[in-house]
Design a binder for this molecule. Structure first.
Ligand SMILES: Nc1ncnc2c1ncn2[C@@H]1O[C@H](COP(=O)(O)OP(=O)(O)OP(=O)(O)O)[C@@H](O)[C@H]1O
Ligand SMILES: [Mg+2]
Length: 172
């Protein structure tokens, strides 16, 4: 089953594909809803492109793996809960996505959010990642600037980063 953590991976991957060097992720959850905000400084989109991003199978990527279902799926899943997805973008400046999902019976499980954050940070290492995660009033923040000089190709380090996010999630 697709989880909300899968969506986070998908939309953050869109920022990486858009050549962003700085991506801010805010994942805020309370008893009623989940709000995801992702802001990047990637290539952005003009009005015409922006008007197509929720069309199933719209993709500007030619690789076989890309099917162009990332944003349509997120929109469908958010709307099923009574929520929404809003995207604003400026060419050459970047893109801001905001999604709200209400915790109704139709809301997908959150899934492995720690794994999603750790995957992003350890796989796209030239991006500066800033992550803010809140559950009710408790929050943690992470900036990949803290990893300056750390060898992100070392399996030991990668494992530590996965464990770090897991422990931060457990602390909430
Ligand atoms: N942050 C972004 N910056 C610039 N363009 C974006 C961004 N997010 C999405 N897009 C544009 O919207 C298109 C559709 O995005 P979507 O995630 O639905 O599909 P995809 O990434 O191409 O394929 P898939 O997600 O299925 O692998 C992308 O191909 C890209 O052109
Ligand atoms: Mg995508």
């Amino acid at each position: 089953m697709r989880t909300i953590a899968d969506h986070v991976l998908d939309i953050a991957q869109n920022s990486v594909n858009a050549q962003a060097t700085h991506v801010k992720i805010k994942f805020v959850e309370d008893r009623e809803k989940i709000v995801i905000k992702i802001r990047d400084n990637g290539c952005g989109m003009d009005e015409e492109k922006l008007s197509k991003i929720f069309d199933p199978f719209f993709t500007t990527h030619k690789e076989v793996r890309r099917v162009g279902l990332g944003l349509p799926f997120l929109k469908q899943n958010a709307e099923l809960t009574g929520g929404y997805v809003h995207v604003s973008s400026t060419p050459k400046i970047g893109t801001i996505l905001e999604a709200t999902l209400f915790k109704t019976i139709d809301c997908q499980p959150i899934g492995d959010l720690a794994g999603a954050f750790a995957t992003l940070v350890t796989s796209s290492t030239d991006v500066i990642w800033e992550i803010e995660r809140c559950l009710e009033k408790r929050c943690y923040e992470f900036s990949s600037k803290a990893l300056d000089g750390v060898d992100l190709s070392s399996p030991k380090v990668i494992k530590m980063i996965f464990e770090y996010f897991k422990s931060m999630e457990l602390s909430l």
